[in-house]
Design a protein around this ligand. Sequence first.
Ligand SMILES: Cc1ncc(COP(=O)(O)O)c(CN[C@@H]2CONC2=O)c1O
Length: 408
Amino acid sequence: MDKMKNEILADFKILDQTVNGEPLVYLDNAATTQKPQAVIKSLVDYYEHDNANVHRGVHTLAQRATNAYEATRQKVKKLINADSEREVVYTKGTTESLNWIARGYAQKFLQPGDEIVLSYAEHHSNIVPWQQVCEKTGAKLVYLDLNADGQVDLKKAEHLITEKTKIVSLAQVSNVLGAVNPIKELAQLAHQNGAIMVVDGAQSVPHMPVDVKELDIDFLAFSGHKMLGPTGTGILWGKLELLNQMAPLDFGGEMIDFVELEHSTFKEVPWKFEGGTQNIAGVIALGKAIDYLKAIGLANIAQHETELMEYVLPKLQAIDGFELYGSADPAKHAGIISFNLAGLHPHDTATALDMEGVAIRAGHHCAQPLMKKLQIAASARASFYLYNTKEDADKLVEALIKTREFFR
Ligand SMILES: Cc1ncc(COP(=O)(O)O)c(CN[C@@H]2CONC2=O)c1O
């Protein structure tokens, strides 16, 4: 990756700017990632050359738009090693994907007393939809505890995932702790008890190889904007037989076969879930983002982030008053580091870093149950991606040392 560093940086013009008189160091990739020129160009090209509505038009532009829109489905299928592109549903993002699984699939089958297993580290988008489903069905939530590394505790999971469990829904990577969960083993546990395995892949699919067959999971949700793609794009992947059992959530044009006065029939999966005119340009641009990621290689991206963790974690922990949340072992750490400087509110830390051109996140990261578990109100969070460098890591460390000194 290092040898391509300059080529990659040249693709992200946004990174070539100063903030408060300092070169921008963008370390908020868990929130959203920047977009390479190829992705931005594809949006412009679509509206300048191919813009048309998809599927029904017979004219040339409509055909070109339809082919490009559907081509992304094939790219997603290959990216996650799905059996069929028909298992790939376009959504607005991880949140919509998880809501659709909860409301379109789980809500149809859950009975009073059934259990949905989550973890304390889940993002609100993988908690609140399930709370809603429990209110409507009488099902109950069960929360898995975390081990010292911030991963779901597999030993405790063996006792909490039982014959009452119908759904296990977990993040593959925590957006706070950077912990990588043992999804394959958890999916086995779920299936041994007759439950289905839902995976929140928002922080894993952009950063590492994710193979839905190798993991043997049942649903996967992720967001385009976290993997170099535009906002308003996301993917709901599911095993075809499960998607066929799912009810559509949005009804109307595009998703129907025939509409009579009193009754309508719906298209087959995935199109029955894509009602109305979709984010055509965004989906096409997401396809370009996937091309970009595949050209670098997800394994190379994962390796690059591990090398950055190996480089920066020891330096951070040497800072006076640095409090790390999650594992100190780089091998157990995706490129997300949550921390505080003792005695400092994370908002003050993030504001001070911004004065040095370093962009990090501060807050509860849509993980308030986890903040409560950690007994903190909020944390600072630095999150890395393929275009970040060791120089970026050094800048983070220098800015934190400067902040420490300033607030002493
Ligand atoms: C693990 C996880 N799940 C779901 C979501 C929701 O994704 P969408 O907003 O794309 O639907 C996020 C977003 N991550 C938040 C967004 O900002 N900072 C974060 O950590 C996430 O990190």
